[in-house]
Write a protein that binds this ligand. Structure first.
Ligand code: MN
Length: 563
C-alpha cells in the first residue's frame, strides 16, 4: 500500500501521524528552503514503498518530532502507543550516533546493530531518513556534506548492502561519491558519456534478437532492459583496470526478468545458444545465493560483432528482493506469517535464503562477547580497517597491517618523527609489530630523534611513508632507503609550450617523487612522447595520477608499467 492509500483511512494511525507531524513541523524550513515536513513525508513514502506496516510508516512520519519540536516522546506514547513511541525513540537515538572518521566509530556501529536486533524497523526508518538527507545534501555547508557523505559511504551503504538492499546501498554510494571524490566523479561523468551512448545503441540491436529467441521457446519475459553500472562501483572497478573504460564489460548490462526459476535456467540456455559464454563467467546465484541473499543468474557472452556483454536473469520475486532485501522479506513475513513463508515452496535456494534472515535476527545474542562482536564487525563492515587506541582512549582508524609507526604518524607528525619504541597493551613490541583492533598503543618518543629510512620497509600508510621520506631528505641522510618500486609513465600528447612542465607539476601534486623525465618528438613533430620515471608502487595512487594526467590539455594516450 502506498502512503497516499494509507492516509485515506481517516481513522487510521498513519493519517493521525501525518496530521500531528505536519502541525509539529509547521513553519519550520529545511536548509534547502523546503518546508521541514517534506522530509518526514519522503521518509514515510519510501517505507510504504518497501512494504512496511502502518506503525513503521507512522513512525517514519513522526521520526524527527521528538527531537526537533515541542512534541515529546511521552505525548507520542500517549497518542500512538508503545510500539510507535519505541520506534521513534530508537531512530532518535540512532541519529545522535555520528561517525567522524576517527572517533567512537566502533561504539556507533554497535549501537546501531544492537537496536536493529531489537527491531529491524528502527534501522529501516533510519536508512530511509539517511537516503532522503543524502538526496538533499547539496543544501548543507561543505564540511557537513563531507562528514555525512563519509558516514554514508562507511556505515550506511555497507549496512544496507548487508541487509540485502542493493538498490539502496548503491544509491547511497552514488549520492556520496561526488562529495568524497569530486575530480574522479567529474572524470567519470565526462568519459562515460560517449561509451554509455555507444553501448546503449549497440544493446538496442541485441535486444530484438533475445526477444525473438525467447518467443520461439515460448518464454514471455516480464522485462528486458539494460542497466547502467553505478558510478561508485564503476570507479572501484576502474581502479582495477587502470581507468580504462573499454575494459569494463558490464558498463551496461542486460537484465531479463521471467516468471519462474525454471524459465531463468531456460533463458540462460537460450542466451548461450545465441552466443558462446565466456569461460568462468557463468554465476549461479540461484543455487548459491550471495551471503546477503542476492539471487540471480549471471553470464557474460561473446555477443554481436564479437563484443562482450553481461546478462542477468532472475524472477520478479528475486528482483524485488535484490532491490529491497530484508525489507522485502520483512514485508512478506508480515503479510503471510513466518510459518507459511518457511513452507512456501521447495525451490532451490529456500533454506539458505531464510537462514540469513534468521541470522540477522539473532545477532544480538551472537554479540554477547565483545571480542566476537569486534571480529564480526570487522568482517562485515570494515574488513580492511583496524581500530587501535591511545592510552587516553582516542580511537585511531588504520588500514589492516598497520604498525606502531603508522599509528604514531596518524596521531601527529612529531610523534612519528621522534618515535623510538612502542608498548602495546602494556608490553614493549618491535616497531614493525602488526597492530590489531582494540590494541592500546603507547608511543615512546625522544626529542630530536629523526625517523629511520629503514621504516619504509614496513610502514603501510602513505602519511607515514611521505613523512619518513621528507625527514630523511631534510637531514641529508644517505637515502639508501629501500626504495619500494618504480613506474614509468608514458604520455603521448600534442606538442605545446609548457607541456612537460604541466606533466611534472601534476605528478608532484600527487606526492609522487620523480626520478627522471624525458621528452621526444613523435609523428612528424606534432606529438611528443614524454617518459617519466616515478617512485611509487601504490595502484590507487597511480590510477588517480592517470586520471589527472588525462585531464591535461592535448594528452592523447597514457600508458604505465612497473620497472
Ligand atoms: Mn530525519
Amino acid at each position: 500500500m502506498s502512503l497516499g492509500e494509507m492516509i485515506k483511512d481517516k481513522n487510521g494511525v498513519v493519517f493521525h501521524a501525518y496530521q500531528v507531524a505536519k502541525r509539529a513541523h509547521e513553519g519550520v524550513r529545511r536548509l534547502s528552503g523546503a518546508p521541514y515536513f517534506s522530509h518526514p513525508l519522503a521518509v514515510a513514502e519510501e517505507l510504504a514503498e518497501w512494504g512496511l506496516d502502518e506503525n513503521a510508516v507512522a513512525a517514519g512520519l513522526l521520526h524527527d518530532v521528538a527531537e526537533d519540536t515541542d512534541y515529546t516522546l511521552d505525548q507520542i506514547k500517549k497518542e500512538f502507543g508503545e510500539e510507535i513511541a519505541f520506534l521513534v525513540d530508537g531512530v532518535t537515538k540512532l541519529s545522535r550516533v555520528k561517525y567522524h572518521g576517527q572517533e567512537r566509530q566502533v561504539e556507533s556501529i554497535r549501537k546501531m546493530i544492537l537496536s536493529m536486533a531489537e527491531d529491524l524497523r528502527v534501522i529501516l526508518i533510519r536508512l530511509a531518513d539517511r537516503h532522503h538527507n543524502m538526496k538533499t545534501l547539496s543544501a548543507l555547508p561543505a564540511p557537513k556534506q563531507k562528514r555525512i557523505a563519509e558516514e554514508t559511504m562507511e556505515i550506511y551503504a555497507p549496512l544496507a548492502y548487508r541487509l540485502g538492499m542493493q538498490r539502496l546501498s548503491g544509491e547511497l554510494e552514488d549520492l556520496a561519491f561526488p562529495y568524497l571524490y569530486p575530480p574522479e566523479y567529474k572524470w567519470i561523468i565526462n568519459s562515460l558519456k560517449y561509451h554509455y551512448d555507444e553501448r546503449v545503441k549497440y544493446l538496442s540491436r541485441v535486444k530484438p534478437l533475445v526477444e525473438e529467441a525467447l518467443d520461439e521457446a515460448g518464454i514471455k519475459p516480464l522485462l528486458i532492459d539494460f542497466r547502467a553500472k553505478r558510478y561508485s562501483s564503476l570507479y572501484k572497478k576502474l581502479l582495477k583496470y587502470d581507468m580504462d573504460i573499454s575494459k569494463i564489460y558490464d558498463l551496461v548490462a542486460f537484465r531479463i526478468i521471467v516468471d519462474t526459476v525454471e524459465e531463468c535456467y531456460a533463458t540462460l540456455g537460450i542466451v548461450h545458444k545465441l552466443w558462446p559464454p565466456l569461460p568462468g563467467r557463468i554465476k549461479d546465484y540461484i543455487a548459491m545465493p550471495k551471503p546477503n541473499g542476492y539471487r540471480s543468474l549471471h553470464t557474460t557472452v561473446l555477443c554481436l560483432d564479437q563484443q562482450i556483454v553481461e546478462f542477468q536473469i532472475r524472477t520478479e520475486e528475486m528482483h524485488r528482493e535484490a532491490e529491497n532485501g530484508i525489507a522485502a522479506h520483512w514485508a512478506y513475513e508480515q503479510s503471510k506469517g513466518t510459518k507459511k513463508y518457511l513452507n512456501r515452496e521447495a525451490s532451490v535456494a529456500d533454506p539458505k535464503e531464510t537462514e540469513w534472515v534468521e541470522k540477522l535476527r539473532s545477532w544480538q545474542q551472537d554479540f554477547s562477547d565483545p571480542q566476537e562482536f569486534m571480529n564480526a564487525l570487522k568482517i562485515d563492515f570494515f574488513r580492511d580497517r583496524i581500530f587501535a587506541m591511545t592510552p587516553a582512549g582516542e580511537v585511531v582508524d588504520l588500514p589492516d597491517g598497520a604498525t606502531p609507526v603508522d599509528f604514531a604518524y596518524q596521531i601527529h607528525t612529531d610523534i612519528g618523527d621522534q618515535c623510538v619504541g612502542a608498548r602495546v597493551n602494556g608490553k614493549m613490541v618491535p616497531l614493525d609489530y602488526k597492530l590489531r583492533s582494540q590494541d592500546i598503543v603507547e608511543i615512546i618518543t625522544q626529542k630530536n630523534k629523526k625517523p629511520s629510512p629503514a621504516w619504509l620497509e614496513f610502514v603501510i600508510t602513505s602519511k607515514a611513508k611521505s613523512h619518513i621520506r621528507v625527514a630523511s631528505k631534510s637531514k641529508g641522510s644517505l637515502l639508501n632507503a629501500p626504495v619500494q618500486r618504480f613506474i614509468e609513465v608514458k604520455i603521448i600528447a600534442e606538442d605545446r609550450i609548457g607541456l612537460l612542465k604541466d606533466v611534472v607539476a601534476t605528478i608532484s601534486r600527487s606526492h609522487i617523487n620523480i626520478n627522471s623525465s624525458s621528452s621526444s618528438p613523435f609523428g612528424r613533430g606534432k606529438l611528443q612522447i614524454i617518459k617519466v620515471k616515478c617512485e611509487t608502487g601504490e595502484r590507487a595512487k597511480i590510477s588517480k595520477l592517470i586520471i589527472k594526467l588525462k585531464e591535461l590539455g592535448g594528452v592523447k594516450e597514457i600508458d604505465w608499467r612497473l620497472i
